[in-house]
Design a protein around this ligand. Structure first.
Ligand code: SF4
Length: 437
């Protein structure tokens, strides 16, 4: 009898991309893919370590899945599984725990998905992971964008981050595989490729066949630019890796979106230093200024963490002022949360939770203000919008510079790039737009 599987993801785009690949593998092997929440024979949870209370979240999800179907075979993988496998194995109902290196070997470990009364754990030390488990995948709910993973792991050692511990050192997909996978995505009808990785800007691949040739991210971008793809977006890039060459290619090619997501983390010099980030606020603001001058209409998103150990009221005020003056379009705000085995957790100056929440709220409000201003500035502009699917009498899509646009539903617009004039702004959620015929 055909078995069914339901998969669920916590965390970042990379995790979504990988879950989607696993889903594709199940599909190829003849399993029926059930929606998350539907009854299924197998359940896979791809976890994240950045999530606060990862164990609590895991427990709740497993409980609710088993409540619907007590015989479901439960597999937990992802960053949390790599870092705390035994913690997960002790959760009642878990059958299989797979680390980072084992994630894509799931079928080898699953023992025919026969439920037992104990959990099996398979993980390997992350410093032994050198393989690149490449994944090309589709966005979870649309046929418009596909995430292409080109890099994994990270060699940086930001003091708050456990990702290098969970995913290992930086490694990159062979350039020929990147292009091959990009071509598959195009052949499957996707209009936009989103390049993903843990530290995508650190792409670094060497071919040595007598002569040594090194490929960096810019080389990947040049090759992708030759393909017949409508749009390419870089999901996130560290500021120190966003080079002049990348900026110039974005400006000239017409395929690369005029949108960058650039982690800042703090607008205070001393906090940045304690975070062990590889730039200072002056370099960051100069980069933003350069992007604005060079790339017309650019949309810029910024990650920021509040409540890092030792962040005083004055440090936070500096961050607020820095961000207030910065001409960016939105912020992604995170409250610092303690992670075992990081340097940050050993630092003095714990910021209490109420204060973290308050600071987070202040920056979220600033983000809304920035987004509203950015959307308003674009009213009257003509933009190419990649429309997704019709929902409740409307259709939504995104511009290259990442403005969400709403217009009247029309099935013909689905998965098409259409010229739209932006007519109004509901401030925080989307711009309305009229199709230009
Ligand atoms: S760059 Fe820093 S924050 Fe990002 S994954 Fe690497 S160590 Fe973590």
């Amino acid at each position: 009898m055909q078995k069914s599987v339901s998969l669920h993801t916590l965390g970042c785009k990379l995790n979504y991309s990988e879950t989607s690949t696993l889903s594709g593998e199940f599909n190829k092997k003849g399993f029926k893919i059930a929606d998350y929440g539907e009854k299924s024979d197998i359940f896979v949870l791809n976890t994240c370590t950045v999530t606060d209370n990862a164990d609590k979240e895991c427990r709740q999800i497993i409980r609710s899945v088993l409540h619907k179907n007590p015989d479901t075979y439960v597999i937990i993988t992802g960053c949390y599984a790599q870092l705390r496998p035994n913690e997960i194995a002790s959760i009642l109902g878990v059958d299989l725990v797979l680390g980072t290196n084992e994630k894509f070997k799931l079928f080898e470990y699953a023992d025919n998905f026969e439920k037992k009364s104990f959990s099996c754990v398979f993980t390997s030390p992350i410093n032994e992971v050198t393989d690149f488990d490449y994944a090309y995948s589709s966005d979870v709910d649309s046929r418009t964008r596909a995430f292409l993973k080109i890099q994994d792991g990270c060699d940086y050692n930001c003091s708050f981050c456990t990702i290098p511990l969970a995913r290992g050192g930086s490694r990159s997909l062979a350039i020929n595989k990147v292009i091959e996978n990009a071509q598959k995505i195009i052949d499957n009808g996707y209009r936009e490729i989103v390049l993903t990785g843990v530290n995508t800007g650190d792409y670094n691949y060497t071919i040595n066949n007598g002569t040594v040739k090194k490929y960096k991210l810019i080389d990947v971008l040049y090759e992708l630019d030759e393909l017949d793809v409508k749009r390419i977006r870089i999901s996130s890039i560290e500021p120190n890796l966003l080079t002049d060459e990348i900026i110039q290619l974005t400006k000239s090619s017409g395929k690369f979106c005029n949108h960058f997501h650039i982690p800042l983390q703090s607008g205070d010099m001393s906090v940045l230093k304690m975070m062990r980030r590889r730039y200072n606020t002056t370099q960051y603001s100069e980069l933003i200024q350069k992007l604005i001058e060079e790339i017309p209409g650019i949309g810029i998103g910024v990650d920021v963490i509040v409540g890092f150990p030792g962040e005083t009221d004055e440090n936070f005020e500096n961050t607020w002022k820095f961000l207030d003056e910065l001409k960016v379009s939105y912020l992604h705000v995170f409250s610092y949360s303690e992670r075992k085995d990081t340097f940050a957790v050993t630092l003095p100056g714990n910021v209490d939770i109420t204060k973290r929440k308050k600071r987070s709220k202040i920056l979220r409000e600033l983000s809304l203000k920035k987004k509203a201003a950015f959307y308003s500035k674009n009213i009257g502009n003509t933009e190419n919008v990649l429309f997704e699917t019709v929902k409740n009498g409307s259709i939504f899509g995104f511009t290259g510079n990442y403005i969400k646009v709403k217009t009247e539903a029309n099935k013909d617009y689905e998965n098409k790039i259409i010229k739209v004039i932006l007519t109004g702004n509901d401030s925080y959620n989307y711009c309305s737009g009229n199709i230009i015929n």
